[in-house]
Design a protein around this ligand. Structure first.
Ligand code: FE2
Length: 617
């Protein structure tokens, strides 16, 4: 296929690449691999003697949403920095690129590939023969696909040849369901992605108790356009239409009952398009005494199973974490991913890739997300931090692709209950200090829980508002996100928050029960009796490149691990909780502790949390 003829490298587009490389922050390693490609500098150098061929032409003939493609290519003038870019839609022409202003002329390549791989990958002889072969995994993400051979490396790409197109049999098919807790305990929400606009088909979920009567639940549909993005690359080379995001609310569920469901679209001619069937177990009644298991992590990101995009070791632990959680899914009831979700950083195709990666988890148990710097931050848009970490997304994809039971999904703080747990999820990309709307939410969330029914009270946030001895926070001299614990520690203590979890720092750390930077009791593998102080846990090592610890050990820091991993909480009953930290590489437990506590212990006083008493009798 011939690429379009016009090619411009307009000076204004250089601004695109300037913001496409967000600086490294305390969380470390947030650079999106696709941002390494100077898309705006590409030139046309089609060589008729070169070719790229992809097969099979039609994917997903048995309804699969993911399939491997064989890509065979030849370049008569090969070089070690030649690469193959995967484009979707297949026609990556100037026609689909809107200039930011009338004086701007778009270049030929106005959209980044959805992934790429070097031509020499597993092709040792390529530099001599010019012949290469790649096996690449594609997921159904609405458009068709083409594969383009470039020379000139990533910084001076020259388009040499473009393949035939390949496409999924139904590119619009409903895919990647993600469950989330609704606003009440007996409501489960199902969110999915399709290519069907509401003018074309009516979205719904067919569901019911396993083996029982089937119900149809309508779904709402959301999408967003390029103009909803706050800047480049999300508005420019990283833009890709997100498709249509549907959410259905399955209500009046029976506690712990097993339900099955499938996603449907009724086309205007009456035919119905179905997804495959999935199942989930409804949430327990709040306060219910039963086995309840919740997995918590941050900063997982995504990775490509075919090895593409991986040259800079972007999110090396991501697939391992996904695999470990998937293989233990029968023993997990809910997942909380506390921000830095997929690090799309303005390359919107990556949201599809991420929802495909977590499908085995998110289609089976509620997958609750928080928002981090890589979802939200953008200058001048109301984020607490004025950096470029979201790549111009300014929170829009995160709050649309995932449902959260937030009062206002743009603000991204919410409470959710699971049986004997209450989770208060904060949003560190907006101000949390006393006097703010978020502070009022946090206090309301912590104070409104009936601890006799829900003894396990958990606070979560993306950045480390509590304690971290990572090298970055040490160099800042704060050992936390500035203004974090100063603003919130009195609330944690007053309301006896058992555990506080954070991401952002890509490693694992557990403190002693700590208040005002002092261990109130020594760290232990078993706590019993009255609540003393909150244990703070950094669990941001689910996938992204690891963060170093400070050289010296800090007094409140009990256990650190420079590796990828996640936490699993198991509430056996109202008085017994097990905490386990597992490595993503093997799923084994490397740190653990238990809490034994009766209700009278929750009522008992310790430092700064005694309710007032009167001398009257
Ligand atoms: Fe982060």
């Amino acid at each position: 296929m011939r690429a379009p003829l016009l090619l411009w490298a307009a000076a204004t587009w250089l601004a695109v690449s300037a913001v496409a490389h967000p600086g490294r922050r305390g969380g470390g390693g947030g650079e999106q691999p696709l941002s390494r490609i100077a898309v705006e500098s590409a030139v046309l150098a089609v060589d008729d003697a070169a070719h790229v061929r992809a097969s099979p032409l039609v994917l997903g003939l048995k309804g699969e949403s993911s399939e491997w493609v064989d890509v065979e290519f030849f370049h008569p003038d090969p070089s070690s920095d030649d690469w193959i870019g995967v484009f979707s839609p297949a026609d990556f022409s100037a026609a689909i690129c809107e200039p930011e202003n009338p004086r701007q002329s778009p270049p030929v390549l106005c959209s980044a590939p959805i992934k790429y791989q070097f031509a020499t990958f597993k092709n040792d002889g390529y530099n001599k023969t010019g012949k290469g072969y790649l096996k690449l995994q594609l997921i159904n993400q609405r458009g068709d696909f083409s594969f383009a051979l470039f020379s000139g490396g990533l910084l001076k790409p020259k388009l040499i040849a473009v393949s035939n197109k390949v496409a999924f049999a139904n590119p619009k098919a409903p895919v990647y369901p993600r469950l989330a807790q609704g606003k009440s305990w007996n409501e489960m929400t199902v969110t999915w992605t399709s290519g069907y606009d509401i003018t074309e088909a009516v979205p719904f979920v067919e569901w019911g108790e396993k083996g029982g009567r089937r119900f149809l639940a309508p779904a709402g549909t959301l999408t967003f356009d390029r103009n909803s993005m706050c800047g480049a690359p999300a508005r420019t080379v990283g833009w890709r239409h997100p498709g249509y995001i549907h959410t259905s609310y399955l209500k009046d569920l029976w506690p712990d009952s097993r339900y099955t469901y499938r996603l449907g679209h009724r086309l205007m001619n009456g035919t119905r398009v179905w997804s495959k069937s999935y199942s989930f177990r409804a949430s327990p009644y709040p306060g219910q005494d039963s086995l309840q298991r919740v997995v918590i992590f941050g900063d997982m990101g995504k990775a490509e199973a075919d090895g593409s995009n991986e040259f800079n070791n972007f999110q090396p632990g991501s697939l391992n974490t996904t695999y470990q959680i998937t293989s233990d899914i029968e023993n997990i009831d809910m997942v909380v991913h506390i921000g830095d979700i997929c690090y799309a950083n303005g390359y919107l195709s990556q949201w599809d890739q991420f929802t495909a990666q977590i499908e085995p988890i998110a289609s089976t148990v509620p997958y609750m997300v928080g928002s981090g710097n890589h979802e939200r931050d953008w200058p001048g848009t109301g984020s607490f931090y004025g950096n470029l970490d979201s790549g111009g997304e300014c929170g829009v994809p995160a709050q649309t692709v995932f449902y959260t039971p937030a009062e206002n999904r743009a603000k991204f703080w919410y409470a959710t209950d699971y049986g004997m747990f209450r989770f208060c999820v904060a949003h560190t990309e907006e101000d949390w200090r006393p006097g703010t709307e978020q502070y009022r939410f946090i206090e309301r969330c912590l104070s409104s829980v009936d601890r006799q029914k829900q003894p396990w009270l958990v606070f979560l946030a993306h950045r480390v508002l509590g304690y971290s001895s990572c090298a970055y926070y040490e160099s800042e001299g704060t050992f936390e996100e500035p203004m974090g614990r100063e603003a919130l520690q009195e609330l944690w203590q007053k309301y006896k928050v058992d555990l506080a979890f954070y991401g952002h720092v890509h490693s694992y750390e557990r403190t002693c029960p700590v208040y005002q930077s002092q261990c109130v009791v020594d760290a232990s593998d078993h706590y019993s009796g009255p609540f003393q102080a909150t244990t703070h846990v950094v669990v941001g090592g689910a996938g992204a490149s690891l963060s170093e610890f400070a050289a010296s050990k800090i007094q409140w820091s009990h256990f650190t691990d420079f590796d990828h991993g996640f936490v699993k909480l198991t509430a056996f009953n109202h008085s017994s909780l097990l905490f386990e930290y597992k490595k993503s590489r093997d799923g084994n437990v490397y740190d653990r502790f238990t809490i034994s506590r009766d209700y009278r212990d929750v009522l008992a006083c310790s430092v700064d949390n005694c309710p007032r008493t009167t001398l009257a009798s």
